[in-house]
Design a protein around this ligand. Structure first.
Ligand code: URA
Length: 258
């Protein structure tokens, strides 16, 4: 990729405005390959150089990666009559070609990756390689002891669709955490309908080994680092995710229940 101005790169790949970027540069908060740079006009190559701002590494290469905490009523599309996930990113940071890698229903909330990297989205979503997705759900009726074994066998939905084995853990009261390796239409809701229950709320908390930070409010977004992108593509484990969710249960519930 061609070299580009450091201030332009920072404005495009962090949530900061241009004036905030100037301020951060003045304050010495920006480093290129570990060296503090205060001159925003400095040309750098994001493909080969590592840039950090206020201690956070910017996503590198020629691609952009944002994660967001999707609110209810927002659709996972690039264009629609309703508000879309792209509308949650300020216009000046909405790079060309940005799209949601994977969908959440309009009434679901939580983690969505927005990127212009089609190959990464493909790696994340290809059936067979499908990285695990973790959903915090609230059920209408009590969690039955038979659910883990039935889901582990691979459930057949009302229309005959056969699902891959899925793992589920009861957290407390009507809350559970489910892990899927595929993404069929309304899958979690239809699975619990097949079990005779009803999903009242669905909040995606993790993809691969990456967990939605508990302090990202509803509608908030973040440019993520290389390491986070790698974590999105890695095998995550339900027991590890469970532990993290239980540690920050009130923050996740606050997000999941809105
Ligand atoms: N399963 C669902 O039913 N809905 C979602 O939004 C995601 C998974």
């Amino acid at each position: 990729m061609a070299q580009m101005r450091l201030d332009k790169l920072l404005a495009g790949r962090t949530p900061h405005s241009r004036s905030e970027v100037r301020q951060l540069l003045r304050e010495g908060a920006v480093r290129v390959d570990g060296v503090c740079i205060t001159d925003g006009s400095r040309k750098i190559d994001p493909e080969t150089q590592t840039v950090s701002c206020a201690g956070k590494i910017l996503p590198g290469g020629s691609y952009t990666y944002y994660i967001l905490n999707k609110p209810k009523g927002v659709v996972s599309a690039t264009e629609d009559r309703q508000r879309t996930v792209l509308d949650l990113i300020p216009a000046e940071q909405r790079v060309k070609g940005l799209f949601p890698a994977g969908r959440l229903d309009a009434d679901s909330t939580g983690l969505v990756l927005l990127t212009d990297d089609g190959a990464l989205a493909h790696r994340m979503l290809t059936p067979g390689k499908h990285v695990p997705k973790f959903y915090l759900i609230r059920l209408a009726r009590p969690f039955a002891a038979e659910y883990p074994a039935r889901l582990q066998k691979g459930l057949t939905l009302a229309d005959g669709t056969v699902c891959l084995p899925a793992e589920v853990r009861h957290l407390r009261e009507q809350y559970a955490l489910i892990c899927l390796h595929e993404g069929k239409y309304h899958q979690v809701k239809r699975m619990f309908a097949a079990l005779g229950n009803h999903v009242e709320n669905l909040h995606r908390v993790g993809i691969g080994r990456y967990l939605l930070p508990p302090d990202i409010g509803c509608g908030g977004y973040l440019a993520i680092s290389h390491k986070d992108v790698e974590n999105l593509l890695s095998e995550g484990r339900l027991d590890v995710v469970c532990e993290q969710i239980m540690k920050n249960f009130s923050s996740y519930l606050l997000n999941a229940d809105q």
